[in-house]
Design a protein around this ligand. Sequence first.
Ligand SMILES: [Zn+2]
Length: 99
Amino acid sequence: MRSTTFVLSPNTPPTREIVEFDVLFDTNYDWGDATVDPTVMDLQNIATHEIGHGVGLDDIYESACSEVTMYGYSTSGETKKRTLTAPDITGVQKLYGGF
Ligand SMILES: [Zn+2]
């Protein structure tokens, strides 16, 4: 899975602006709803993670962060990344400002 983000900043002072991002799903995997079929890669689970990349978040590979949506590893049947965790939200707030 891969996502690409294009960020342009025509403003002065510079601001973050997402112009476009694409998410590509590897067709070598079986995709679906893992709550129905735990042998598939859960589309919502992975899409939430990849959209995190789309807004500028990086993967986290520390095992202590395995419950975080931006944790860089996943398995078929996993659904825990369908929602954001507090560290994911904090990361977005750091990039775009708290609200
Ligand atoms: Zn990732």
